[in-house]
Design a protein around this ligand. Structure first.
Ligand SMILES: [Zn+2]
Length: 314
C-alpha cells in the first residue's frame, strides 16, 4: 500500500513540476499570444461552451476556448492537464456550470488571481443530487447537494444563457448591444424547441418513465414526465440486481413506461419493462459531447430529442 502511495506522490510531484515549467514558459513567451484575442473567455466544458459561443458570436476580438476536449463529457472525475492550466492562467474570464461540476479544478482557477468567474447555475431551479457512485470506477463517491446537469432542462438553460449575457455585458460593455441581440435570438430558438418538446411529450401514450442516468432528471421534469425509477448507469459499470428488480416492479405497476437513456450509454436494460404492456426506449442527447465547434450543439441535441419523442408518439 505504502509503495503505491509513494508512487502516487512522485507522479503528483512530477505533474506539478511540469505544470510549473509550462506556466513559466507561457509567462515568458505568452505575451504575443495573448494579443490574439482582446478578451479571452474560457468555458469549462461542452454545454457551457456551446452557450458562450452563441452569446459571443460575431463579437470582434472575443476568443472563446473550451477548456476540456469536446468529447470529455461531465467533469466529475476530470483532472486538468498542463495545457488546461495554461489556458486558465491566460484567460480573462472563466464561465462554469457550477453546482460542483468543476470542483476538481478549483485550485487551478486560483492560480490566476485576475480571472473573472461566472457560475451559470445562479437562479436555476434545482433538483436534489444523488450519489453518482455507479458512474465512477474508483473508490470515491461524489455526493452533491444538487444535481449538476441543469442544462438538460431548456428553462434552466435559458437562465444559464441569460447569466452569460449579463456577465459579458458587464465585462465588455462596449458590445452590450451585440450580446443582448445574440442572447435574444438564441433564447427564442430555445423557447421554440422547448415548446415543441413539451407539446410532443403531451401526446405520448404515457408520462411514466425510468431514467438510466441522472443527467436526464431535469429533461424529464421539464417534459412533465413522472419518474417511477431513477437509475445511474455509468460507462464501465452495471446496475445491481436490486436496482433492476425495483425498476422492474415500478415498470409493472406503471403498466406503460418510457425508458430514458443518455445516448452515450447502451440501452441494455429494456427487460426491466417486460412486465409492462407498453414500453418505449428513448435514447436522448444531453448535449454533453459533440463536435469541436459547439455553436449549435445544444439546439441540435434537442432537435434530435424532439425526433425521438415524435417517433415514440406515433
Ligand atoms: Zn454528469
Amino acid at each position: 500500500m505504502s509503495g503505491i502511495s509513494k508512487q502516487t506522490k512522485v507522479i503528483a510531484l512530477v505533474m506539478m513540476l511540469i505544470i510549473a515549467a509550462a506556466i513559466m514558459i507561457t509567462v515568458f513567451s505568452g505575451n504575443a499570444r495573448q494579443k490574439e484575442g482582446r478578451l479571452r473567455v474560457v468555458a469549462s466544458f461542452y454545454p457551457v461552451y456551446s452557450a458562450v459561443s452563441r452569446v459571443t458570436q460575431g463579437v470582434q476580438g472575443v476568443e472563446v476556448i473550451n477548456l476540456t476536449p469536446s468529447q470529455t463529457g461531465c467533469l466529475h472525475d476530470y483532472q486538468l492537464v498542463p495545457d488546461d492550466v495554461i489556458a486558465l492562467t491566460n484567460a480573462d474570464a472563466l464561465v462554469i456550470n457550477g453546482l460542483g461540476m468543476e470542483s476538481t479544478f478549483e485550485d487551478s482557477i486560483n492560480l490566476n488571481p485576475d480571472i473573472k468567474v461566472l457560475d451559470t447555475s445562479v437562479g436555476a431551479s434545482l433538483l436534489p443530487g444523488g450519489h453518482s457512485l455507479s458512474a465512477h470506477h474508483d473508490d470515491h463517491e461524489h455526493e452533491n447537494q444538487f444535481n449538476e446537469h441543469i442544462w438538460t432542462s431548456p428553462s434552466n438553460y435559458i437562465i444559464q444563457v441569460k447569466n452569460i449575457k449579463d456577465f459579458m455585458v458587464k465585462i465588455d460593455p462596449e458590445h452590450a448591444d451585440k450580446y443582448n441581440n445574440n442572447a435574444n435570438i438564441y433564447i427564442s430558438e430555445i423557447e421554440d424547441i422547448k415548446n415543441e418538446l413539451i407539446n410532443t411529450a403531451r401526446i405520448l401514450p404515457t408520462k411514466n418513465c425510468i431514467i438510466f442516468h441522472e443527467s436526464l432528471s431535469y429533461f424529464a421534469k421539464e417534459m412533465g414526465f413522472n419518474l417511477v425509477a431513477a437509475l445511474s448507469l455509468g460507462e464501465q459499470s452495471y446496475l445491481s440486481a436490486n436496482q433492476l428488480a425495483d425498476a422492474a416492479l415500478a415498470a409493472q405497476k406503471s403498466d406503460k413506461v418510457l425508458l430514458l437513456y443518455d445516448m452515450q450509454h447502451d440501452a441494455k436494460y429494456s427487460n426491466v419493462a417486460d412486465g409492462a404492456s407498453y414500453a418505449r426506449v428513448l435514447k436522448l442527447d444531453t448535449a454533453i459531447v459533440g463536435k469541436a465547434d459547439g455553436t449549435n450543439a445544444w439546439i441540435n441535441a434537442m432537435r434530435y430529442n424532439l425526433m425521438q419523442l415524435k417517433e415514440a408518439a406515433n
